[in-house]
Design a protein around this ligand. Structure first.
Ligand SMILES: N[C@@H](CCC(=O)N[C@@H](CS)C(=O)NCC(=O)O)C(=O)O
Length: 338
């Protein structure tokens, strides 16, 4: 645990971005018996505790999948709720082992914070929500509007770019905490709410009268959201990255929570490698060879995770869209296990 802090302090003293070059996160995680996962403070569909305090969501399931791969137990996870501003420090200092918190992969985050993005578990883009009574149908009609936004996000930056690029003025109304942004918008302290489109659908459900609000058609940015780890621990990076890839590959091969045991008897060489029947792919990432079978048994494949948390039959009702598999016209694509 402490072995992570020291290199960061020295790194900072040397003027280098946070590094934890020799940190063996997997050893620490195995020793303590759980994964400490940095999560959202509460965004339905992505990461939120239910009435019983159980965390669910598409991000939560990445954390559970990592725990399933390591411990054969999707509950061997503890969640640290983090605001946008707090999240990277929590990962850099070793307070969390992995950050899975609707975090956009950008060049500056990837190259200047001592962190690495392990993949994309949800392709998003930024949008705008307004009261229907405002009577606008396009973001291009928002000149002069007051806009509620959360600090420490790409959202804040894209907002500036978009209004500038379109020669429009706006008044930013900025908060650090999600509840504050939501309350301000709900109380009519701003005309517009902007964040990732998925977030808008989630937040709309929590407003006093969800039906009074609409999401405008413009998507103004690319927000590839994915899990983040510290730089300098390649084993842990590989483990997190291949956990996500295993879920995507499982969907492509038709391996599900329900059929995973039966699929271990499949003749398909791809399925055999995925499920650890052939090869030693788990060993290469410090795990047992049935690591992916454990993930699928406890958490499901990518499509199952999507459908359960944010899909058309959930309150969020999000279509697969660009998050469909590459073979179905979407962007979700995992390199092969071989
Ligand atoms: N994807 C963007 C925005 C992420 C973000 O923090 N969005 C807000 C609004 S949906 C949020 O999740 N807030 C929740 C919180 O502070 O816990 C980023 O990485 O900067």
């Amino acid at each position: 645990m402490t072995n992570k802090i020291l290199p960061i302090v020295f790194g900072a003293a040397l003027g280098v971005a946070a590094t934890a070059a020799s940190a063996a996160t997997l050893d620490d995680v195995k020793a303590k018996g759980f994964v400490q996962c940095g999560s959202n403070t509460g965004l339905a569909g992505f990461a939120a505790p239910d009435d019983k305090g159980e965390w669910t969501g598409i991000d939560v399931d990445v954390c559970r999948a990592i725990a399933a791969a390591i411990f054969d137990d999707p509950k061997a996870v503890k969640f640290t709720p983090l605001t946008a501003k707090e999240r990277f420090t929590a990962l850099q200092t070793g307070e969390v082992d992995v950050l899975v918190r609707n975090t956009t992969w950008t060049m500056s985050r990837d190259t200047t914070l001592g962190l690495n993005f392990a993949g994309v578990n949800y392709y998003d883009g930024q949008g705008f929500m307004v009261r229907k009574s405002l009577d606008v149908t396009s973001a291009l009609e928002l000149s002069g509007a007051s806009v509620c936004v959360q600090t420490g996000t790409t959202t804040e930056l894209n907002l500036t770019d978009y209004f500038k690029a379109n020669g429009m003025d706006y008044k930013p109304v900025v908060f650090e905490k999600l509840e504050e942004v939501n309350a301000a918008y709900d109380a009519n302290r701003c005309d517009v709410y902007t964040t990732d489109a998925s977030g808008l659908y989630s937040i709309r459900l929590q407003l006093t009268n969800p039906g009074d609000h609409m999401v405008l058609p413009e998507i103004i940015s690319k927000e590839p959201l994915g899990p983040v780890v510290r730089q300098g621990d390649d084993q842990w990076f590989n483990l997190v990255r291949w956990t996500l890839f295993a879920m995507i590959n499982a969907e492509e091969m038709g391996v599900t929570m329900a059929n995973v045991e039966e699929m271990k008897g499949s003749d398909n060489p791809n399925v055999k490698r995925l499920l650890g029947v052939d090869g030693k792919f788990g060993e290469a990432i410090g795990l047992s060879n049935d690591w992916a079978a454990r993930i699928i048994k406890h958490v499901g494949n990518y499509g199952e995770v999507f459908d359960r948390n944010v899909g058309p039959n959930t309150p969020l009702g999000i279509a697969r869209g660009v998050n469909a598999l590459w073979s179905k016209g979407g962007l979700q694509y995992a390199p092969p296990i071989r």
